[in-house]
Write a protein that binds this ligand. Structure first.
Ligand code: AMP
Length: 400
């Protein structure tokens, strides 16, 4: 962060959209912790921090009488824990913008922190409303965007607001910088061989990603539910595995594109199959193209694990998004576990590894391997769109 914060009030867009339990206790504070270095840096360099974030979707989940459920969606829930992490008594304003917010912001002194109310209490937030952004911008002297998780959204506090700050008055926070740097390391001049491991439920969610990856990876390993659409497209019998019938042609096109580009694309040779979508189901091992009727593939099989592991071990750069099976059920978590361990081992031998996207991140965390890979992204959708080659509004607006 190159900005001079001395004597300045820095408006910082953070991502405090954390999961809460029924009593509104934070169940996973990863996102709050991720913003701490940026906030501390501002405070340690003579600045004050005015924090903005959203929490949930308050306007999509209104109360029966049509009003906002302020009790549920207030950012006040994060204040005690944030104060503890920062070692500073965080002030809270129950407005996002308005007279009160202006008054408290104006009185803020260097070293102090103010958290504004949920940005999504304002209808203009998700519309990228200019008036709202202008009011937000007026609260601070400089703007810092550290909310990678919402960088793919063109909202008032994530993108529009940056227009009101000239060059030298806006920057990325440390988290944003790290996310961008690590994703760019995969996208631009990666050390080769470069392997992408893509899993998860549906091909349709990741079409753009797959198309783009085929342009520049050396190896593409496809596991998870999405593999069965490819296997069926090739003429395989996949029983009642997850298949998107309307994507069979697309799957063939992607396979063909990979061939033309010389990309080694691997589908799971065999699968752990089950007679029901349940951890208590009967299970067995089968060739992925000969799954009996009434059975479904819920994890990659033993041969597939060996094949995938060998490719991972010989890679110098690895990108992983999406589980290899229904890893929430212990019986079908082994393939994902093996991939996580292989990526960690390859990393210990010098490979660079980036894990991005919700469920694979959950898997490495669950297995305690998060610090054994090079970088774990905090942004699911944002990281996917970044890797698809899109210029994210939250990044573009700060660079402009
Ligand atoms: P995604 O959000 O697209 O990364 O998908 C993650 C979800 O895919 C997880 O909830 C997994 O349980 C699910 N999944 C992975 N493999 C399979 C499979 N073979 N069949 C059905 N669902 C799967």
């Amino acid at each position: 962060m190159q900005l001079d914060f001395n004597g300045k009030k820095a408006l910082v867009r953070v991502d405090f959209n954390v999961p809460l339990d029924k009593e509104y206790h934070i169940t996973d504070d990863t996102r709050i912790r991720a913003a701490v270095p940026t906030i501390k840096h501002i405070l340690n360099h003579g600045g004050a921090a005015i924090l903005m974030s959203h929490l949930g979707r308050p306007l999509k989940k209104l109360k029966e009488d049509g009003s906002i459920d302020r009790e549920k969606f207030t950012l006040q829930h994060v204040v005690p824990h944030l104060s503890e992490l920062l070692g500073v008594n965080v002030q809270f304003c129950d407005e996002t913008v308005g007279e009160k917010a202006e008054r408290i912001a104006a009185a803020l002194k260097p070293g102090e922190v103010l958290l504004l109310e949920n940005t999504r209490f304002e209808a203009g937030e998700t519309k990228g409303d200019e008036n709202l952004a202008k009011k937000m911008a007026a609260l601070g002297d400089v703007y810092v965007n550290d909310a990678f998780g919402t960088a793919h959204r063109e909202h008032a506090s994530t993108a529009t607001i940056a227009r009101f700050f000239g060059e030298g008055a806006k920057t990325f926070g440390f988290l944003m910088e790290a996310e961008i740097k690590n994703a760019e390391r995969v996208l631009h001049n990666p050390e080769r061989p470069l392997t992408a491991i893509i899993g998860g439920a549906k091909v349709s969610d990741k079409i753009l990603l797959l198309e783009r990856l085929i342009d520049f990876v050396d190896n593409l390993l496809i596991g998870g539910g999405m593999a069965y659409t490819f296997l069926k497209a090739q003429g395989g019998e996949v029983g009642k595995s997850l298949v998107e019938e309307d994507r069979l042609d697309l799957a063939l096109e992607l396979l063909d594109k990979a061939k033309r580009k010389g990309v080694k694309l691997l589908l799971p040779e065999d699968s752990i199959i089950a007679d029901d979508f349940a951890n208590t189901a009967q299970s067995s091992l089968a060739n992925s193209k000969a799954i009996p009727e009434g059975w479904m593939g819920l994890d990659i099989g033993e041969q597939a694990r060996k094949d995938f592991r060998e490719v991972v071990f010989n890679s110098k750069t690895i990108l992983w998004n999406g589980p290899m099976g229904v890893f929430e059920m212990p019986k079908f978590a082994e393939g994902t576990k093996m991939i996580a361990e292989s990526v960690a081992q390859a990393t210990s031998k010098g490979a660079f590894s980036l894990v991005g996207g919700g469920d694979s991140v959950a898997a490495v965390n669950q297995l305690g391997l998060a610090d054994k890979v090079s970088y774990v992204s905090t942004g699911g959708g944002a990281m996917l769109e970044f890797l698809e080659g899109k210029e994210l509004p939250g990044i573009r607006s700060v660079r402009q």
